[in-house]
Design a protein around this ligand. Structure first.
Ligand code: OAD
Length: 250
């Protein structure tokens, strides 16, 4: 059902304790391209060749060409009005968690404190040999052909979930818990085609949550579980909602 941002603002006030479930679309206005469609990363790089763990283990130098490009884009990015609107909702006590598939760390930069990173974080590096993690800094982008672990000399990998890898256990447990407990879930800027992440809104729906969705175009959620669909850019719609609630945008 198409609905207005004013109606959604009223529902947020009524339900409180909202959980946001976000995807790449919320970071597009921060200058980070999404994965699918038009300018999508997976249009340029075949994910099976560049984002599968087997590819990383076989050819880290090749995969690091893409990772370096992604790193440059992420390091340049700043939170969008949509990220900041979620920060403002938390400040107002209306948002209990953000479950994100994004790896850019922008929700935390926008002031959200309970951020569940379902697919990891690209601002952290991990050694697959000794499991040590370290900050991924701009300087690492200049380490050729790729950054290596000081301790064991193995290639470091951004601490993100590659295809063929499992979801971090604690992120999955926390996400399931938030989805089961929330009264309202706002799905923002995700195509909803990557599992198990895409199960999360279905879980919230089964537990009776009101489902609101914000996207430029419909997704598999829209015709199945979405109660209120707001067509438009994440930033325009979220900023309007926060204005309707009378909150500062953050
Ligand atoms: P996708 O690229 O699959 O989908 C982006 C969604 O955002 C689409 O539905 C767009 O219509 C929508 N969109 C684009 N710009 C928008 C805007 N300005 N405002 C609102 N919506 C907008 O990205 P994800 O669904 O996040 O996984 O992709 C899911 C996972 O697939 C990612 O986490 C990543 C990828 O493979 C891993 O890397 C493990």
């Amino acid at each position: 059902m198409e609905t207005s941002h004013r109606e959604v603002a009223r529902l947020i006030r009524e339900n409180g304790q909202v959980v946001a479930f976000t995807g790449a679309g919320i970071s597009v206005e921060s200058g980070i391209p999404a994965f699918r469609g038009g300018q999508g990363l997976w249009e340029k790089y075949d994910p099976m060749e560049y984002a599968h763990i087997e590819s990383f283990l076989r050819q880290p130098d090749k995969v690091w060409c893409m990772l370096r490009e992604m790193g440059e884009v992420i390091f340049r990015a700043a939170p969008s009005p949509a990220h900041r609107a979620l920060g403002a909702l938390e400040q107002a006590g209306l948002l209990s968690a953000v479950i994100t598939q994004n790896v850019d760390g922008l929700h935390q930069m926008a002031g959200n404190s309970n951020v569940i990173e379902y697919h990891g974080n690209h601002r952290r590096l991990v050694c697959l040999s000794c499991s040590r993690t370290s900050a991924f800094t701009v300087d690492d982008l200049t380490r050729m052909p790729y950054p290596v672990c000081d301790r064991c000399g193995e290639a470091l990998k951004p601490d993100v979930v590659f295809f063929g890898e499992g979801i971090p256990v604690s992120a999955m447990a926390r996400a399931n818990q938030e989805a089961a407990a929330c009264r309202m879930m706002i799905i923002i800027g995700t195509s909803g085609v990557v599992y198990p992440a895409a199960d999360i809104p279905f879980m919230a729906s089964r537990k009776g949550a009101v489902i609101v969705e914000i996207n430029l175009s419909p997704t598999p959620f829209t015709s199945s579980i979405t109660h209120h669909f707001l067509e438009g850019s994440a930033s325009a719609v979220m900023a309007a909602i926060v204005d309707d609630l009378g909150l500062a945008r953050g």
